[in-house]
Design a protein around this ligand. Structure first.
Ligand code: PGA
Length: 276
């Protein structure tokens, strides 16, 4: 199997959970359980709610763990009550930001168009966006998965400078698998991740002036949706799944540490494959 050297990412999305005190305690527990094997560690990202970004940020200072935010507005500042701007995230040393999470799309009216605006703003400010895509159950049942996911990726990447494609991570999160315990079968998740990679390659080929050399084979693509310590290993065996976006299980330090360990195994396998 050709196994290109892609970054392996394990990201924990805490959603609307944890007070600052609880967030501190969870961060400390995760940090103290990390292995000292820095060379083989995946990129680890903690994504607390906005109210805990500041405190988690100070805890992560100098540690091999990055900070992420769950969403952001596309304006720098202004009369947008309740919103958080990219500048505010940068101020707190946030590196990653989730864009277009299905709960934002489902419950807060986010569309493919606003996802595109957020993605552009994140890239313009040097943040690393994790673009979330995935189909609803009725879309899967109607055999529309590939079409829906392809459309979401296409819409999000519209008018994005192709030289910035290399800064993007995509997470495939089937909506029916999120928070339900019904994880997507690993081979099927891998198949959809391959469809996403192909879509990105086609968009790049269409819009690039060939002045930059992005290869979709280098884009990290994560799987999310009921990832747990007991199902992650099989997911991370798949060719096109480069990591995990973990919700519920990331609220438990031991679970997340076990998932990170599976990420470490994937890093090691990648390094071995590249060395061959
Ligand atoms: P879950 O959430 O792991 O609780 O299914 C995943 C996500 O929403 O990113």
């Amino acid at each position: 199997m050709k196994n290109p050297q892609r970054q392996v990412i394990i990201a924990g999305n805490w959603k609307m959970n944890k007070t600052t005190k609880e967030a501190n305690a969870l961060t400390e527990k995760i940090l103290s359980g990390l292995s000292s094997d820095a060379k083989n560690q995946p990129e680890i990202v903690l994504i607390p709610p906005f109210t805990s970004l500041s405190t988690v940020s100070s805890k992560l200072d100098g540690k091999p763990v990055k900070l992420g935010a769950q969403n952001m507005d596309w304006h720098d500042d202004g009369a947008y009550t309740g919103e958080i701007s990219p500048l505010m995230l940068l101020d707190l040393k946030v590196k990653y930001v989730l864009i277009g999470h299905s709960e934002r799309r489902q419950f807060f009216g986010e569309t493919n168009a606003t996802t595109n605006l957020r993605l552009k703003a994140a890239l313009a400010h040097g943040l690393s966006p994790i673009l979330c895509v995935g189909e609803l159950l009725n879309e899967r049942e109607a055999d529309l998965t590939d079409a829906v996911v392809g459309r979401q990726v296409g819409a999000a990447l519209t008018d994005i400078d192709t030289s910035l494609f290399s800064k993007i991570t995509i997470a495939y999160e089937p909506v029916w698998a999120i928070g339900t315990g019904n994880t997507c079968e690993a081979k099927e998740a891998n198949r959809v991740c391959a469809v996403i990679r192909k879509t990105v390659a086609a968009l790049y080929a269409r819009f690039s002036d060939n002045g930059n050399k992005f290869d979709a084979a280098t884009m990290p693509i994560l799987y999310g949706g009921s990832v747990k310590a007991n199902n992650v290993a099989e997911q991370l065996q798949q060719e096109h799944i480069d990591g995990s976006l973990v919700g519920g299980a990331s609220l438990n330090a031991d679970e997340l540490l076990a998932i990170i360990k599976a990420g470490t195994e994937r890093v090691k396998r990648n390094l071995t494959a590249v060395a061959k």
